[in-house]
Design a protein around this ligand. Structure first.
Ligand SMILES: [Zn+2]
Length: 121
C-alpha cells in the first residue's frame, strides 16, 4: 500500500503521517492503493504533491498538532492549513464530501472518499 510505503523511513526519509495524508489527498490517491499499480502520471502527480505539501509546511514553520515546536519554542502554523488531516466529519475543501478517518498500516488516516476514490484501488 502506498501510505505505509511513504511512511517507511528507509524508502523515503522525513515524511510523517500528516504530510503523507495531505500529499495523497493533493495527488488524488487512496492511501490503500497498491504502490506498484501507480501509473507514471500518478507518480508524477504524487511527487509534485509531496513537494508542494513540504514546501507549504516549511513556509509555515511546521505543523504543531501535538508536541512539535520550533527550536526556539514557538509553534508552527501549518496545522491551520491542513486540508484533510485531523478533519474527519468536515467537508472536503474540493468537493464537499465528508472527510473520513481510516486506519491504514496501523496509522490514523484521513481521506476524502470522493477525491481519493476506492475505485482507483
Ligand atoms: Zn473531495
Amino acid at each position: 500500500m502506498i501510505k505505509p510505503l511513504l511512511l517507511n523511513q528507509r524508502f523515503i526519509a522525513r515524511l510523517g503521517n500528516i504530510y503523507v495524508d495531505e500529499a495523497l489527498f493533493e495527488g488524488g490517491l487512496h492511501p490503500q492503493r497498491k504502490a506498484d499499480t501507480l501509473t507514471s502520471d500518478e507518480l508524477c502527480r504524487l511527487h509534485h504533491s509531496i513537494r508542494d505539501v513540504l514546501r507549504a509546511a516549511i513556509k509555515d514553520q511546521g505543523t504543531s498538532v501535538s508536541d512539535y515546536v520550533r527550536p526556539n519554542g514557538s509553534k508552527g502554523t501549518h496545522q491551520y492549513s491542513l486540508l484533510v488531516s485531523g478533519r474527519a466529519g468536515e467537508a472536503c475543501p474540493r468537493c464537499g464530501t465528508t472527510i473520513e478517518r481510516l486506519v491504514v498500516g496501523g496509522r490514523g488516516t484521513y481521506i476524502c472518499p470522493r477525491c481519493q476514490g476506492k475505485s482507483a484501488l
